[in-house]
Ligand binder design. Structure first.
Ligand SMILES: [Zn+2]
Length: 245
């Protein structure tokens, strides 16, 4: 018995460009291979994130980065085979009667290795400052796409990034509003448990690496590892744990 038995369509809510590939790249390809259609809504453009050393570094902290990360994300979705993608705040992920808007990256700082905390300065349009509007926008997309399951992070948000934790809150609230099951991606901070279903696809590492390379302002792929803009090294992830919330 799998969480995905009988499922035809799913919707993911991700926080920033690159999360869809870093956290769920192999998982998304696996869903397509099972015949399940996938839509992804991304909350922000990750415009407050760092940029890799080198010529692209000049984009860091500029408004251009907002648009560059939109382009990178679009290329990554092409690599993953995702055609149904929207930013939160843009139709069809916008509540009826409201003009299009963008939610800003809330920023973060490292509080200890592997654990993120809120940035000291959060602007007025930051994603984390919006709850009712963001839920209404995501619910509008769910009404449009009509998924059988809604998928986002668990309450730890993967590594406690405030935007990721907020995605959990927004996605679970919108799913509850529409009576849809909510499936959470289990954080690495959580212990293994019998209710976790693992999607483990090491055979897809090259496909994930191809999509990761599209995020060239954020990371560099070296063999089976990723070097993040701040120099942190991580193995390319092809295994994702999920459970019904
Ligand atoms: Zn993120």
């Amino acid at each position: 018995m799998s969480i995905f038995d009988g499922v035809r369509r799913v919707t993911f809510l991700h926080a920033h460009p690159d999360d869809e590939t870093l956290v769920t790249g192999a998982f998304i390809i696996d869903l397509f291979q099972r015949g399940i259609d996938v839509a992804v809504v991304t909350a922000t453009r990750g415009e407050r994130g760092g940029v890799v050393p080198g010529p692209l570094k000049r984009l860091e902290g500029t408004h251009q980065l907002f648009f560059e990360r939109e382009r990178e994300l679009s290329r990554a979705f092409s690599a993953l085979g995702v055609t149904e993608h929207t930013f939160l705040g843009m139709p069809p992920a916008r509540a009826a009667g409201l003009s299009p808007a963008s939610y800003h990256d809330s920023g973060m700082r490292w509080v200890k290795p592997g654990v993120a905390g809120p940035a000291a300065d959060i602007d007025a349009q930051a994603f984390v400052r919006s709850f009712d509007e963001a839920v209404a926008d995501f619910a509008a997309h769910l009404t449009y796409w009509r998924p059988d399951l809604v998928i986002s992070y668990d309450a730890d948000g993967g590594y406690f990034h405030p935007d990721h934790i907020h995605c959990h809150e927004i996605a679970s609230a919108a799913a509850a509003r529409l009576g849809l099951p909510f499936v959470e991606i289990v954080s690495e901070t959580r212990p293994d448990a019998p209710d976790i279903e693992w999607v483990d696809r090491p055979d897809l590492i090259e496909d994930v690496a191809k999509a990761l390379r599209c995020h060239r302002t954020q990371l560099t792929v070296q063999g089976d590892t990723i070097v993040h803009s701040g120099g942190q090294i991580q193995l390319i992830q092809t295994r994702t744990g999920v459970r019904r919330a």
